[in-house]
Design a protein around this ligand. Structure first.
Ligand code: SF4
Length: 194
């Protein structure tokens, strides 16, 4: 150790260890630089959105590219570093947001299971919306309370509850609340409070 002080020794040791670790793990810096220059999002369009899952409202950046046939391909979704809410970070749930668009397991059509059946059948939206309206009316008719036990007029629907989603805009939340209250619902909740 003649001529080498403790600080120099540590520097040499750290550099040697780093080089050994890099080569041992198969890092090729020249190749890494090439890959960096060919990011899959290079030249893509950058769009900003909000995570639909919870009330934290983390911001997302979606990278898309137009295909030759005019369709749009989603390349990547990640946290928006310019957001004061999440500063580029996403929780594990938000980090999977891209799967909402690309997952092969995503259900793209309404599925209906008839009473007593053990299997799901694909239906169109007209069928489903009619079904929801019919069930809604049947439950409301069955559970509507015009007067409480003290004889006060209350006109409320106790058999149905409504929960709004965190992806609601203020206007959607306002509209949904008005519609539900008009129908007599008193059990209203919002995912943001859960
Ligand atoms: S990324 Fe996670 S914390 Fe942020 S809004 Fe989505 S679900 Fe909520």
């Amino acid at each position: 150790m003649n001529g080498i002080n403790r600080r120099d020794f540590l520097k040499v040791g750290a550099a040697t260890a780093g080089a050994v670790a890099a080569s041992g793990l198969g890092f090729d810096l020249a190749r890494a630089n090439t890959i960096k220059q060919n990011l899959k999002i290079a030249g893509s369009q950058e769009l900003h959105s909000i995570c639909p899952y919870c009330a934290v409202g983390c911001s997302l950046v979606a990278y898309t590219r137009r295909n030759a046939d005019g369709s749009t391909r989603l390349l990547q979704i990640e946290g928006d570093p310019s957001s004061p809410v999440n500063e580029g970070r996403l929780c594990p749930k938000g980090a999977t947001a891209m799967q909402l668009a690309v997952s092969r397991r995503r259900i793209e059509k309404p599925l209906y299971r008839a009473p007593g059946s053990n299997s799901w059948v694909e239906k169109d939206w007209n069928f489903m919306l009619d079904k929801i309206a019919q069930n809604f009316k049947a439950s409301r008719d069955r559970t509507f309370v015009a007067q409480d036990v003290a004889g006060n007029t209350v006109n409320r629907t106790e058999g149905i509850a409504f929960a709004g989603g965190a992806a609601f805009s203020s206007e959607e939340g306002y509209f949904a609340t008005k519609v539900m209250r008009t129908l007599g619902l008193v059990h209203l909740e919002q995912q943001a409070r859960v």
